[in-house]
Design a protein around this ligand. Structure first.
Ligand SMILES: [Zn+2]
Length: 142
């Protein structure tokens, strides 16, 4: 499932207030259009209607592909210094499933969510898994 919430944000450049839909999880199997948005860097991006200022809203974000059986989770870089954040992980660096975006569905691959601290890395990892999926499925039908 996808998780989103509308927020009213103030432009840091000109003070203009506008609404932005902030996504904390996207399931691209249910919402294929969101895959494109993530790949194009359009997700959680604040674009001011008044002054064109753009800034990325850093919130934890889960990307989930049920068809290709992988999930990748972005966290803002500053989270690393936060004890509450560190408590979410086991000693192998795996995210434990109390994460509210994950508790609905817990197949094995969701227990091994790939963690990134950069949205570009999230996209690169998703591309890697898509290429790998295509390659491995092609090999099986050859
Ligand atoms: Zn502005």
């Amino acid at each position: 499932m996808s998780v989103k919430k509308e927020h009213v944000l103030t432009c840091p450049n000109c003070g203009h207030q506008q609404k932005l839909m902030i996504w904390s999880a996207v399931n691209v199997t249910f919402d294929p259009a969101m895959r494109t948005k993530v790949f194009e860097g359009e997700i959680n991006l604040f674009k001011c209607e008044e002054c064109d200022h753009e800034s990325y809203i850093e919130v934890p974000f889960l990307y989930h592909d049920m068809d290709r059986k992988f999930a990748v989770h972005f966290f803002p870089k500053h989270s690393i210094k936060n004890v509450e954040f560190l408590q979410k992980f086991n000693s192998k660096g795996l995210l434990m499933t109390e994460d509210e975006n994950l508790k609905f569905e817990v197949p094995q691959y969701l227990k091994e969510v790939h963690i990134v601290f950069d949205m570009n890395d999230l996209v690169t990892y998703a591309v890697f898994r898509e290429m790998l999926y295509d390659y491995q499925n092609k090999k099986m039908t050859d």
